[in-house]
Design a protein around this ligand. Structure first.
Ligand code: NAD
Ligand code: TYD
Length: 354
């Protein structure tokens, strides 16, 4: 096998954000060999990577990060220089229904990777990097004002955010205790192509397309800060190459939306794209019981990343949402494939019994 400049293990690369990170690294760095390790849960889909799967610098490994023995074997077989760790259970509502799956994948899985990296890299820490991808949800909920900074104390409320907070703490503990070279980034809500249609934006695009109700939790007054997924992937590239070991960087779009306002924009764009009279999709809005422990507001201050590493988001939301709607409308087969089987059962549990 030819020699590569770097051998990088990306976990969760068949998922939403992971697939954009894998694509960016494979295309931008032909001198790096990218290994995508993914268990292929309901959220992992190799169709997300069809355009790059035949590239010489890409390999796929189907594996579960919870399987510690297999991880040790894998690290012994390959000379990984770095790990970019995205594999996780990622949906808050599922974490409320089945917290143990989140504890296993997000906490036990992360510790397995940390242990394996510590053990396999012990004689060469200075040349290695363990980059952990996390969420702004670890910081809890904001009131009407203020932003999350890297100094905001952790205050998670859902089993999902608590499991991510726990994994962040463990990553820092491996740095402070054993000297493992780590980086962490905490990002706000992502949107864009290939997001599983259980999350707000793709779910609502899909439901509008099929004239199904739009289940708005509570009064729709919760606020999220939305970032286009490719901007997140580019931030990960920047932090991976320029971030200072041991540091944390917040990533955000400076793009806050109250859910109900965002939903109305999606309705407008969908009416426009589908050639339906304006107002048609809004009639599908249905207020349903609120999510338990529903965080009111997330908003990220990404000043440190912008000042110190020079990253800025590239896309305005109005453009990003149009690109996203077009993508879902043009990729009906992708949607049909992922909305069969397990997802349909979940959808019934979540919504039809609400
Ligand atoms: P996703 O659910 O779309 O994808 C997760 C991927 O991880 C899937 O491909 C799945 O098969 C894989 N996976 C799950 N458990 C695994 C295991 N035990 N072993 C190996 N692979 C496993 O998630 P996403 O939205 O792409 O999020 C990716 C990462 O980014 C997560 O760590 C998440 O916490 C974080 N994040 C997400 C957002 C967001 O808005 N989606 C925002 C900030 C941070
Ligand atoms: P989601 O996409 O699940 O992301 P997160 O909970 O990680 O922020 O939800 C975004 C917001 O939309 C959140 O405030 C919950 C709300 N929401 C609804 O009102 N209805 C829905 O069906 C879903 C999935 C989310």
């Amino acid at each position: 096998m030819k020699d590569y400049q770097k051998y990088i293990l990306i976990t969760g690369g068949a998922g939403f954000i992971g697939s954009h990170v894998v694509r960016l690294f494979v295309n931008k760095y032909p001198g790096y060999l990218i290994y995508n390790l993914d268990k292929l849960t309901y959220a992992g889909n190799l169709a997300n990577l069809r355009d790059i799967e035949a590239k010489p610098n890409y390999r796929f490994i189907k594996a579960d990060i919870v399987d510690g023995e297999y991880m040790v074997k894998l690290f012994a077989e390959h000379r990984f220089d770095a790990v970019i760790h995205l594999a996780a259970e990622s949906h808050v509502d599922r974490s409320i229904a089945s917290p143990m799956e989140f504890i296993m994948a997000n906490i036990v899985g992360t510790v397995n990777l940390l242990n394996t990296a510590k053990f396999s890299w012990q004689d060469s820490f200075t040349e290695k990097l363990f980059y952990h991808i996390s969420t702004d949800e670890v910081y809890g909920s904001l009131g009407e004002e203020g932003f999350f900074t890297e100094e905001t104390p952790y205050d998670p409320h859902s089993p999902y955010s608590a499991s991510k907070a726990s994994s962040d703490h463990l990553v820092r503990a491996y740095h402070d205790t054993y000297g493992l070279p780590v980086l962490i980034s905490n990002c706000s809500n992502n949107y864009g192509p290939n997001q599983f249609p259980e999350k707000l934006i793709p779910l609502f695009i899909n439901n509008i397309h099929h004239s199904k109700p739009l289940p708005v939790y509570g009064k729709g007054e919760n606020v999220r800060d939305w970032l286009y997924v490719i901007d997140h992937a580019q931030a990960i590239d920047t932090i991976f190459h320029k971030g200072l070991v041991g540091e944390t960087y917040n990533i955000g779009g400076n793009n806050e939306w109250k859910n109900i306002d965002l939903i109305k924009v999606i309705c407008e764009v969908m009416d426009d794209k589908l050639g339906r009279p304006q107002g048609t999709s809004e009639k599908l809005i249905t207020y349903v019981k609120d999510r338990p422990g529903h965080d009111l507001r997330y908003a990220i201050d990404s000043g440190k990343l912008q000042r110190e590493l020079g990253w800025t988001p590239s896309l305005q939301f109005e453009e990003g949402i149009r690109i996203t709607v077009d993508w879902y409308l043009n990729n009906q087969q992708w949607l049909d494939e992922v909305t069969s089987g397990d997802y349909l059962k979940y959808y019934e549990e979540m919504y039809l019994k609400r």
